[in-house]
Design a protein. Sequence first.
Length: 300
Amino acid sequence: MHIHQKSEHLFLIDLDQEIEGFRQFISAWVYQGHKRTILIDPGPASTIPIVKEALRELRVNWLDYILLTHIHIDHAGGGGLLTTQYPEARVACHPKGIPHMVEPEKLWQGSLNVLGKVAETYGPIAPIRSNMISYPEKIEKGSLKVELFETPGHASHHLCYLVDGILFAGEVAGVNITMENDFYLRIATPPRFIYEVYKESLYKAANLDCDKICFGHYDTREDVNNVFDKAKEQLELWMETVRRHFEKDKKVEADDIFLDLLESDANIRAFAKLEQDIQKREKYFAINSINGMLGYLKNL
């Protein structure tokens, strides 16, 4: 079952991949309210058939908006394919991302260079027609109102969207894994990481008035203040830990820093409870985030 109803109007679509550990990892969101339907982050090309099937099950025959939190291939790569099914949909995107979605060849080659076989599994990025994609400073259609907030940090082209008290946060607060009687939150600071920009965006999102946060990875939480408080603490802890190791040894390995963080960061202490394939995935992306921080320190 790919669809999970989270509230009367809110649905999560699982975009599981045929990659080890890439299950219950990528969220596409559908919000149906005010007689409108919006979809947030359609996901990569490889999972557009899942999205189309889910939309059919939800009886969506008209899609008002496709909102992109950022243009990374796992969130936006399939947007162009979806617009062929829903040509009436308007696509919202950060202005820095629009040229790359209209002519995605450079973005696709960059994804291949960084992600390799993972990008090949996601599939090539289909272009979005230029007359379908824009950066609206706000969205109002009938009684539907969507607020847009620029939140660079995870990526320079990152946006958050606020709809009826629901914050579609992309990766501004990191990656969430919902666990019974436990908490797992992992920072997402890949290269190129700039500490001051990431922090400013995190605090900006934390100050928004919302009662639910929907993650790009993964699921939703209603303890919004708690999530942002932990995300702020985690940013400082990781930055301090990476800096301490780097100052001691400029050639420090990210793996060694990760082992330190497993002991010191309560937000990822539940790592040991994760299934082996999820652990492998989480370690890969944690190392990527640590390398982002190391790159930042090397460039100071």
